[in-house]
Ligand binder design. Structure first.
Ligand code: 6PG
Length: 227
C-alpha cells in the first residue's frame, strides 16, 4: 500500500465532508499566499456534494480560485447527470469565482474532441494545488476504470464503454491527477468497503495509480473503512 497515504476515518459522511472542507480552505490559503492562485480539481459523483455545499456558504476571496474537473460524462450541458451541473448548482453558481476561471470539460462534444480540448487546459494548469477524487465500488476514480487501457502520456483521456453510465466520458489522466501539491480522496458508504480493502491489500486498482509525490489524504467514514 502506498506509504504516503494518510487514512483519516471519521464517524459519519458529514464529518468526512467537514474535515475535507477545512483542509481545502487551508490549502487555498496556502496556495494563494505562495503563488497567488488556487487551482482546484473537483471530483464527480455524489460524495463531494456535501463539501461543495459547505464551500458555497464560505465567506472568502474567491478571485484567485481556478476550478477544473477530474472527469465529465458525455452528456448535454444541462443534463442532470453532468458533474458540472451538480457542482454549479450547489457551489459554483453561489460564489464569486470568475467564470473565466472555471474550466468545464466540454464533454457534450464527445470523448475525442473534448479530451483533446481539455488536454490543452490541463497542460496550462499543471501543477494543480489540490485534486479531489472519489472512488467507485470497483476501485475506479475519476473516469479511470479497471481494465481500461490509456496512453499514459496523455493529460486527458477519451473514455468508452464505462461500466458506470454513461458509457462515454472524459477523464484527466492518472499522470495529470498525480501532478498536484495536495490530493484528497472522499470515500463514504459500506458499498465502498470491499474496494477500500482491496486497495489497502495492494490490488492494482485505478485508485492505486494516483501517485503524487506529496502525501495523499483519504477522508473516509467508518462504514467504508473496516481495516
Ligand atoms: C463520476 C465520478 C466517479 C465517482 C465515483 C464515486 O463521474 O462518476 O467521477 O469517479 O467519483 O464513481 O461516485 P459516488 O461519490 O457517487 O459514490
Amino acid at each position: 500500500m502506498q506509504q504516503n497515504h494518510r487514512w483519516q476515518s471519521l464517524e459519519t459522511p458529514d464529518q468526512v465532508a467537514l474535515a475535507a472542507y477545512q483542509h481545502i480552505l487551508r490549502a487555498a490559503e496556502h496556495a494563494i499566499a505562495q503563488h497567488g492562485s488556487f487551482k482546484l480539481v473537483l471530483a464527480g459523483g455524489s460524495t463531494p456534494e456535501k463539501v461543495y455545499r459547505l464551500l458555497a456558504e464560505t465567506a472568502t476571496d474567491w478571485s484567485n480560485w481556478f476550478i477544473y474537473y477530474g472527469d465529465e460524462r458525455c452528456l448535454p450541458v444541462e443534463h442532470e447527470d453532468r458533474n458540472s451541473l451538480m457542482a454549479a448548482s450547489v457551489f459554483l453558481d453561489k460564489v464569486a469565482i470568475p467564470k473565466a476561471q472555471i474550466f468545464t470539460i466540454p464533454a457534450e462534444l464527445g470523448p475525442e474532441l473534448a479530451a483533446k480540448q481539455y488536454q490543452a487546459v490541463v497542460a496550462k494548469a499543471l501543477p494543480f494545488d489540490m485534486v479531489l477524487l472519489g472512488m467507485g465500488e470497483d476501485g475506479h476514480t475519476a473516469s479511470l476504470f479497471p481494465g481500461h487501457q490509456h496512453n499514459e502520456d496523455e493529460l486527458a483521456h477519451a473514455v468508452y464503454n464505462s461500466p458506470k453510465p454513461p458509457p462515454e466520458r472524459v477523464s484527466i489522466s492518472a499522470k495529470a491527477l498525480s501532478n498536484t501539491r495536495e490530493l484528497i480522496f472522499l470515500i463514504t458508504g459500506a458499498n465502498k468497503q470491499e474496494a477500500v480493502n482491496n486497495w489497502r491489500a495492494g490490488q492494482n486498482l485505478p485508485v492505486a495509480t494516483i501517485s503524487p509525490e506529496h502525501p495523499v489524504d483519504i477522508y473516509i467514514d467508518n462504514a467504508a473503512y473496516n481495516p
